[in-house]
Structure formats: structure tokens, C-alpha cells
Design a protein around this ligand. Structure first.
Ligand SMILES: [Zn+2]
Length: 195
């Protein structure tokens, strides 16, 4: 496994899937990202978190934080490698917040981690939580940025470190090259997009 790139690890575990997918938006896509295909393998998850930890090892990080659910796993693993505390945010009445007695003290150096970013919305909410507590955001580490690099996290772009950047083109059914080729379609992602 040594020497493999993050993208190779994600493809090997099926976290990045190629095919012909029907999204609940009704659009078709040739790529699908299923984060738990990698998160179910601690060995691979650790490898990816090591890449993130390594990138931020000189930032004096004191606490790693991620949004539930996937962010909890990344936070635990990354914090274990960095030797820091690990906490997570979760939603309460739709609002991202710190619960369970978690606190960030003013000036505390914080690393934010997340598995897959589509629009960056959840990360931006975590950024707000950390800023509101007076935390010092030293970086944001991501497994996959599938926004095509367009996500705005409300922090300087140079502290954001995605292991993999993906652009995922979507097609309307009338205009889908995969449909035209007769590639069978798979329905994916309904559980992600359901409101
Ligand atoms: Zn199609």
C-alpha cells in the first residue's frame, strides 16, 4: 500500500466509483463518491489521515474537529496521529453546534477535517463554530473536494488541503452521453440528497 496516492486508495476501496449514476436531483453522472466505502477500512482511513496530519504537522494543532458523521472518524484518526484532542460538531435543530460538553478555548489551534466536500456548506458551518469560540483555524484537511475547487469555506484558500480534487460533471437525461452509449444506469445517492 506504500506509495499509493490518495486517489488510488479512494478508487481501490470504491469510495470513488465510475459508471453511470442517476442522482436524486434527476441528473446523471459518471462519477459517484461513497465515503463509507473507504471509512469502513481503518487501515486505508488511517493512511489518508496520515497524509492530512503530515501536511499540518508544523501548525501546532491542539484540537482536530470534524462534522458528524464522517468527520468524527477522520477527527479521531488524525488527532491520534498528531497527538491532540479530537472533537466533533453535529446538528441541533438544523444548526451546526458543539454538544456533549465540547469546548474550544480562545486562541486554541484547531485543524478541521472532513471526508467529502460537495459545496463546502458543512465545513463553512464548522468554521463558524470554531470562530465563534475564538479558535485559531490552522487548516482544513479534506479527503475529496468534489466542488471543482469552487467551495468557499470562509478561510484563506492556502490553508485548505484536499487530498483529491474532483470535478464531477452532471448531465440532464436528454443530453447524457452515457445514455446515448447505452450504458446501464445505477441509482445512487438518494440517502445523501433527501431533505
Ligand atoms: Zn445517462
Amino acid at each position: 500500500m506504500n506509495g499509493q496516492t490518495a486517489e488510488e486508495l479512494l478508487r481501490e476501496t470504491g469510495a470513488i466509483l465510475e459508471g453511470h449514476f442517476l442522482l436524486t436531483s434527476g441528473l446523471h453522472s459518471r462519477l459517484y463518491v461513497e465515503k463509507f466505502n473507504v471509512l469502513q477500512h481503518p487501515e486505508y482511513t488511517e493512511k489518508l489521515c496520515e497524509m492530512i496530519a503530515n501536511h499540518f504537522k508544523d501548525e501546532g494543532v491542539e484540537t482536530v474537529i470534524g462534522p458528524a458523521t464522517g468527520g468524527i472518524i477522520l477527527s479521531q484518526v488524525t488527532a491520534r496521529i498528531l497527538g491532540t484532542r479530537s472533537i466533533f460538531t453535529e446538528r441541533e435543530n438544523g444548526k451546526m453546534t458543539l454538544r456533549r460538553g465540547f469546548r474550544i478555548t480562545p486562541g486554541e489551534k484547531v485543524l478541521i477535517v472532513e471526508d467529502i466536500v460537495t459545496t463546502g456548506g458543512s465545513i463553512r458551518e464548522v468554521v463558524d463554530v470554531v470562530k465563534a469560540a475564538g479558535g485559531d483555524i490552522r487548516g482544513i484537511g479534506l479527503f475529496v473536494d468534489r466542488s471543482g475547487g469552487h467551495a468557499d469555506y470562509g478561510v484563506p484558500g492556502n490553508i485548505v488541503f484536499p487530498l483529491v480534487r474532483l470535478t464531477v460533471p452532471t448531465y440532464s437525461p436528454d443530453d447524457c452521453p452515457l445514455c446515448k452509449e447505452g450504458v446501464p444506469i445505477t441509482e445512487r445517492g438518494s440517502h445523501h440528497l433527501k431533505k
